[in-house]
Design a protein around this ligand. Structure first.
Ligand code: ATP
Length: 342
């Protein structure tokens, strides 16, 4: 294990920014802290970086307690949201700056800066000033600068959020590729679930200073343990259940899910039966309120009987017409697709 946080707590006045956070990060792993604004993800990253002090708890790197180690001696590479490059220095000098501070020989600095520039595929831009580079290029220089000192851990604080969507998407893949090639342990803060899902080995979903759930993208999507996570990762229909009944219909809940009061079902798991007789057992009659056609797929907004509840179903775009034209519609919720939530 590379990094171990145990019982980290941080308050700002009466605000508890972090409440008893414990987690471990494996060597070479890419971890994302994901959560809504104010949940504490930046504070946690800053505590790991040594830019903020935890009131309680410890941060250990490879078994060493970092509590007494100031930020500049932690050998972490950090990239912030704003590129924070020195505007009067060329890309190459920006990259080599950390090595200059460490008083490395000039030849070593130049060679390393050129190597890092190549790594982020900007070799032909080394002599440009930041103002002569695009936002995406500046952020790649910032990444190269963070990596130049050969840090033990790379910390990324919303590094892509200032960039437009297209650049962001290509940089996601590029950062991930560089991270994998170097095998560097990396922690990234983001509030963008898609970013976390596409980049991270494991995701720490945070909610008001606590860890709501920690897992791979697939675990979080397929087995969310709470409503918060279920709604934060992907789309989820949240439905109230009483005595295994939903909207007056008996649900076929498996034995370990009996007694649930709230269930979730993903739109793509809601099965539509077009033309089904309303009384078919196991089916719940619905009425189509709205169709959102997105080309390869469509979202159907369905009213469940007279219950006042709605369910969103996702279907392939080509199946849309038959459903819209059907005289009766019903949905089926297969037990294995139903998630019990708290
Ligand atoms: N320096 C500070 N002084 C006072 N309160 C702070 C300070 N820094 C953070 N907070 C509070 O601590 C909580 C966690 O803040 P933090 O910046 O870590 O959240 P975040 O999840 O990174 O949010 P965002 O996505 O908006 O950056 C918030 O309630 C915030 O207002």
């Amino acid at each position: 294990m590379a990094l171990a946080l145990s019982h980290v707590t941080k308050r700002f006045g009466s605000t508890i920014a972090l409440n008893d956070i414990s987690l471990t990060v494996e060597r070479g792993e890419f971890i994302c802290f994901l959560g809504p604004s104010g949940c504490g993800k930046t504070t946690l990253l800053r505590i790991i970086a040594g830019l903020e002090l935890a009131e309680e708890g410890t941060v250990m790197l490879e078994g060493r307690d970092l509590s007494e180690t100031p930020a500049r001696h932690r050998n972490f590479g950090v990239v912030f949201q704003s590129y924070s490059l020195f505007p009067n220095m060329t890309a190459l000098r920006n990259i080599g700056y950390g090595l200059e501070c460490r008083r490395k020989p000039r030849a070593e600095i130049d060679a390393r800066a050129a190597e890092m520039l190549k790594l982020v595929e900007l070799s032909e831009h080394g002599n440009k000033l930041p103002s002569q580079l695009s936002g995406g290029q500046q952020q790649r220089i910032a990444l190269a600068r963070a990596l130049a000192t050969d840090p033990e851990v790379l910390l990324l604080d919303e590094p892509l959020s200032a960039l437009d969507a297209k650049v962001r998407e290509s940089l996601r893949l590029e950062i991930r590729e560089v991270q994998k090639r170097l095998g560097i342990t990396t922690i990234m803060v983001t509030h963008d679930q898609e970013e976390a899902l596409t980049m991270a080995d494991r995701i720490v979903v945070m909610d008001t200073g606590t860890i709501a759930q920690l897992g791979t993208a697939r675990e979080l999507y397929e087995q969310p343990t709470s409503r918060f996570v279920a709604e934060f990762i992907g789309r989820m229909n949240i439905l109230p259940v009483e005595n295994n009944l939903f909207a007056g219909q008996q649900l076929a809940l498996p034995s370990d899910k009996q007694g649930a009061t709230m269930i979730g079902i993903r739109p793509e798991d809601v099965r539509i039966h077009a033309g089904a007789a309303p009384s078919d057992p196991g089916l719940i009659p619905v009425k189509l309120r709205n169709t959102i056609y997105l080309g390869h797929l469509a979202h159907l907004v369905l009213d469940v009987g007279d219950s006042g509840k709605e369910i969103v179903a996702e279907i392939p775009g080509h199946a849309c017409k038959a459903i819209v034209d059907a005289p009766h519609l019903a949905i089926e919720m297969r037990p294995e697709t139903i998630k019990v939530l708290q």
